[in-house]
Design a protein around this ligand. Structure first.
Ligand SMILES: [Zn+2]
Length: 123
């Protein structure tokens, strides 16, 4: 990704790659093949810095899930999606692991919103 113009940051021991040709490539794919970010162990691949910042809390939950589940994470993730689809629900948004990640993302967005309110009040 670096060879194709991307950049990298190390945050809390996690390598966060973003941007460049690959970032543009994944961002411009038609649904369902486009994505903002993907986590593979302690590596996050993101389309751009703005998406990386917005999705960091979410993706860091997936890193913790990889740590907890080890080699069973990807099969468990797939089984959770399959379970949801078999029960007529969305296999991504209702996935057990995604629900945990979205909960962290929502909590982070709420905290950011409150910090912005405090910052605006002091000016
Ligand atoms: Zn996710």
């Amino acid at each position: 990704m670096l060879a194709l113009g991307g950049r990298v940051r190390i945050v809390a021991g996690i390598a966060e790659f973003y941007g460049g040709w690959m970032g543009n490539f994944f961002a411009s794919r038609p649904r369902p093949f486009c994505f903002g970010a993907i986590t593979l162990g302690h590596v996050i691949l993101d389309t751009c810095l703005k998406e990386l910042i917005a999705l960091r809390a979410h993706e860091h939950v997936h890193v913790r899930q990889y740590e907890q589940w080890g080699v069973f994470f990807l099969p468990a993730y797939a089984l959770s999606s399959l379970w949801e689809v078999c029960h007529g629900r969305n296999g991504y948004r209702n996935n057990f692991f995604e629900r945990q990640a979205y909960a962290a993302e929502d909590k982070n967005n709420l905290q950011t919103s409150r910090l912005n309110e405090i910052a605006n009040d002091t000016h």
